[in-house]
Structures are given as C-alpha cells and as structure tokens.
Ligand binder design. Structure first.
Ligand SMILES: *Cc1c(COP(=O)(O)O)cnc(C)c1O
Length: 396
C-alpha cells in the first residue's frame, strides 16, 4: 500500500537518528527489582517513588473494592460512572491539598488536556515553561489559545512575555494562563513557584501547577511543591496532580475553588466524554493517599537515598544535573553515546530511563535515574559501581 511506504520511511528516519523507542516487556510487579525476558534487573527507571505500586494495603484496598463494586465503572461520570469511591477520593484530595474541591480523572495526560482547553480559548493566551510536560503543551495546543513558551524556570522571561501580550489593545480582556510543572519530569528541578506567583499577581494571570512529581515526595505531609513553598489556593488557583507516580496507582486530579471545579466539570470535553476511572482504582488511590500523609518514613528513606546517591557520584567525579528530587538525570548529550551506555547498564542488570529527543531538547539525551524509598543501600551501591565502571570504559 502506498501509504505504508510513507510510514516505513518515517520509521527509518527515526532509526537512523537512533531515536526508535522500544518497550521492555516486564513480567514481575513494579519494585526495586524487575524481571523481564527471564532476567532480573535492578530498576532505577520507575516513578514509583514511595514503593506504593505493589504495597499490600494499597493492593488490598483495590481487591476489596473490586469484590464489592466490580471492575469497570460502566459509564462516564455524567451518566452512571460516578461512584461513591470517586467522591470519597475527591474529598480526601481536597483536604490533602487545602483546596475547596478536587475532581478525579483517569490519567494526568487527560487532566491537563481537559483543564487547559476548558479554561482558555482562541482569544486567550497560554504561557508555558519551555520544558513543561508534553500533556501541558498538548493541552495548550488543543485550547486554540495563543501559545507562548518562556525560558525554563525564568520569571523574567515570563514577565516579558506577559508584558508584550498586554501591550496590545486587543488583548485587554484575554485570560492569561501560566502553566508549569512543579518538579520537571526530565530534569528533576523545581519550578520557582514563589517567583511565578508574584509575576502572576502583578500581571493578573492565573497560575496552574502540575505537580505530578512533587506530590508525595516534597512537603512535611507529602503535599508537594505547594506545601513546600506554603502556597495557598489564591496563589496557585489550579493544581493538578497525578497518581501514576508517588501514589503508585493510576489517574489524576485537579484541585481548586468550587467555581473552578464546577466549570471544568461542565466544560471540559476530556472529562465529560470518557469512561470514569474504575471505582477500585479510586479506592486504592485513597489508601495510597493515607499512607502518603501518615507515614513520613518512606519520604525520609527516599531523601536519604537521594543524598547518598548524589554524594557517591560526587566522590567518583560523575556529574549529575542539579536536582533534589527522586529524578536524578545524568546528561550524556549524544543519542548514540546514550544508547551504548544504556546497553552496558542493561548487560550489567541495571535499568534506567534512556531519554532522547523529542522528549528532551536536541543534544541533551540523558540517563534519567529515578530513586525510590524501596531501594536498599546494596542496590544503590550496585548502581554507583556500575556507573563508575561505565566511566572507566569511557562510556560517560
Ligand atoms: C506523568 C506526567 C503526566 C501524565 O500523567 P499520566 O497519569 O501518566 O497520564 C502529566 N504531567 C506530568 C508533569 C507528568 O510527569
């Protein structure tokens, strides 16, 4: 077929650039160790930062809810898919985030598409950090709003973009939506939220934070970047969080004022026209949230792992990117070099994320090493030793 040739050609181009992605088939639960293709690996590639994805209490909550309520939700939220378990989770999330209300989605990708496209339209403007997650970028594109990227974590660059937009008479009534990751997913650094809050206040812009990687990890009770910086609802009016990372389950939420949530419920197509998350997933997530709030030991263990990994790398003179989060990237630059390094690590039984463009900017291919509270010190030693050997072989 003629069209197949086109697809094949595009695939060849990707291959020639060392950019083909491939899936590893896993046949064990997520955790410190994974098995795949009959081999065991130490895993430093998942976002299960607190080891909750295979936690007994979380699993038990899901199993009990499945026994009581079945597997699928059966319909969208506006029909008969909205279950008591969703409400209970939403109430718990509102309390957890200190917001009036929360609304649950099946995925973070969808939550971001929904929120941004419902809030902004053709006459409005969306301002995004250059390194925002793809779902935030795609939400901006779906909205049809004018779309501007500011320099990474650069409040002055945002300020300039807002001022330029405001200077045009036509834009006086436009909504200005500023969108940022809380913790950047491929870099691990935190957004300068207090600075962004200030710029948004000065320019009457609305700030939306997607804290997928901060929730559960930062703040005394795992409330994420907003708890870390003590930011209230009036300062960060739109907060998105996801459950696929530290919560160890699946899904997402948006939290904010009563009016914000009512509006999204009515106007966000990606919320309305989709089957509700299974009630059992909501029940499991509520159990994960309980653990996140109540137990600081997991966060403490995670913090210790981050500190000891970074100091070991420093001792061996291996440079990591600046990050206090569980995401500890090691910049390699070139795609081929990264893939050779990654092949060596896999041979040695270590799994890490090998991240290439377009996920990250050209020339900034990297190992995305992620740490979890479930990693023991022996596993960390093994990771460090393997990286040191890779360095000895000039692979990094
Ligand atoms: C993972 C991620 C998402 C997407 O969430 P899913 O639930 O996996 O669809 C959105 N935003 C950020 C910053 C993420 O890291």
């Amino acid at each position: 077929m003629e069209v197949e040739k086109r697809w094949l050609k595009a695939l060849e181009v990707r291959r020639d650039q060392s950019l083909l992605r491939h899936r590893l088939q896993v046949d064990s639960p997520p955790g410190e160790r994974l098995s795949s293709g009959g081999r065991d690996y130490l895993c430093f590639a998942s976002n299960d930062y607190l080891g909750l994805a295979n936690d007994d209490l979380v699993k038990q909550a899901a199993i009990e809810a499945i026994s009581r309520y079945g597997v699928g939700s059966g319909a969208s939220h506006m029909v008969t898919g909205h279950h008591r378990e969703h409400d209970l989770l939403e109430q718990a999330l509102a309390e957890f985030t200190g917001r009036d209300r929360a609304l649950v989605f099946s995925t973070g990708y969808m939550a971001n598409m929904a929120v941004i496209s419902a809030l902004s339209g053709r006459k409005d403007a969306v301002f995004e950090d250059r390194l925002n997650h793809a779902s935030l970028i795609d939400g901006g594109l779906l909205s049809g709003a004018r779309f501007q990227r500011y320099l990474h974590t650069d409040c002055d660059s945002l300020k300039t973009a807002l001022a330029r937009f405001e200077s045009k008479p036509d834009n006086q009534d436009a909504l200005k939506l500023v969108v940022t990751d809380g913790v950047f997913s491929m870099d691990g650094n935190m957004a300068p939220l207090p600075g962004l809050v200030e710029v948004c206040e000065q320019h009457e812009a609305v700030l939306m934070v997607d804290d997928a990687h901060g929730l559960g990890v930062f703040g005394p009770s795992g409330g994420g970047c907003i708890e870390h910086f003590k930011l209230q609802q009036n300062q960060v009016p739109i907060l998105v969080g996801t459950f696929g990372k530290a919560f160890g389950t699946a899904g997402a939420f948006v939290a904010g004022s009563q009016t914000l949530i009512r509006y999204i419920e009515q106007f966000a197509r990606p919320y309305i026209y989709t089957t509700a998350m299974p009630p059992a997933m909501a029940a499991a997530t509520r159990q994960a949230l309980k653990i996140i709030v109540e137990s600081n030991d997991r966060r403490a263990r995670l913090r210790d792992n981050i500190t000891s990994f970074r100091s070991a790398m420093k001792r061996h003179d291996i440079a990591l990117m600046a990050s206090d989060s569980p995401i500890q990237p090691l910049l390699v630059g070139d795609n081929d070099t990264l893939m050779r390094l990654n092949a060596f690590l896999m041979e040695q039984g270590i799994l890490v994320g090998a991240i290439r463009p377009p996920t990250v900017p050209d020339g900034s291919a990297r190992l995305r090493i992620t740490l979890s509270s479930s990693h023991g010190s022996e596993s960390l030693d093994q990771l460090v030793n393997t990286l040191v050997r890779a360095k000895g072989r000039s692979l990094l």
